[in-house]
Write a protein that binds this ligand. Structure first.
Ligand code: MN
Length: 237
């Protein structure tokens, strides 16, 4: 059991979905307790910065701190929704912050871990926004605003993104397979795990296995990996 590890992403936790939060709390304190857990982005539907003081943010802090205090190992990678999540949040909950991408040994294999948005290179409009919003001066500027101002900004960004996405072809919102090959080749690995696209599945790619995690909407998607087992499963929320 020592090497059992779980990978999840795209929970999109928000105060509007107490059922998802409950499923998450149950998983972290139950099946995943005392084990290794990777959260590969978009734990939150929106994240205003590590000073976020919403009751949801605080409840998640408590759950994750309890997880690490009782022997769980926690790794968190920010996604495109919660890209302002940083060291301060991770310190509070006893987690290690992962940069995107990162190579870790998972199930005895060097594995490339990503949120997945950087693989969606057909969505040029989104990639442009991504570049701007990851700029340190953009971040500093946003984080200097009050929580209230940032709350409005996040709302506007979400609205703009859902309007833009409703006009995009399905294929544009998925990964570009040449980009997948480029990353897997560049990092010289045979296992890639990512989320973001909400298309949970196992793919056989040119350089090896690609596991796509699922979003926590109707089901909680969990990838369980041991030295000799890889299991992508969905638990009804
Ligand atoms: Mn995402």
């Amino acid at each position: 059991m020592g090497s059992t590890c779980y990978l999840i992403s795209d929970l999109h936790l928000t105060s509007d979905r107490p059922d998802t939060f409950k499923a998450f709390a149950k998983f972290v304190s139950g099946e995943a307790a005392k084990l290794k857990l990777y959260i590969l982005g978009d734990l939150f539907e929106a994240w205003l910065g590590d000073d976020d003081d919403s009751s949801l943010a605080n409840e998640v802090r408590i759950i994750l701190k309890t997880f690490t205090d009782t022997g769980g190992q926690l790794y968190i990678m920010p996604g495109n929704r919660d890209f302002l999540l940083g060291e301060a949040f991770c310190d509070t909950v006893g987690a290690t912050l992962l940069t995107d991408p990162t190579v870790h040994i998972i199930g005895s294999k060097p594995t490339l871990l990503m949120h997945g948005d950087t693989l969606c290179t057909d969505d040029t409009e989104y990639q442009k926004f991504r570049k701007i919003s990851r700029d340190p001066s953009w971040k500093t500027n946003v984080l200097s605003k009050s929580l209230e101002e940032r709350r409005d900004l996040a709302k506007n960004l979400r609205q703009m993104s859902s309007e833009a996405n409703s006009n995009k072809a399905e294929s544009i919102m998925d990964v570009n397979t040449s980009t997948v090959d480029e990353f897997m080749g560049l990092y010289d690995i045979t296992q890639l795990i990512h989320g973001h696209t909400h298309r949970p599945q196992h793919h056989q790619e040119t350089f090896g296995d690609r596991w796509v995690l699922g979003a926590w909407e109707k089901e909680a998607w969990i990838l369980k990996i041991t030295d000799d087992e890889r299991l992508l499963k969905a638990i009804r929320i």
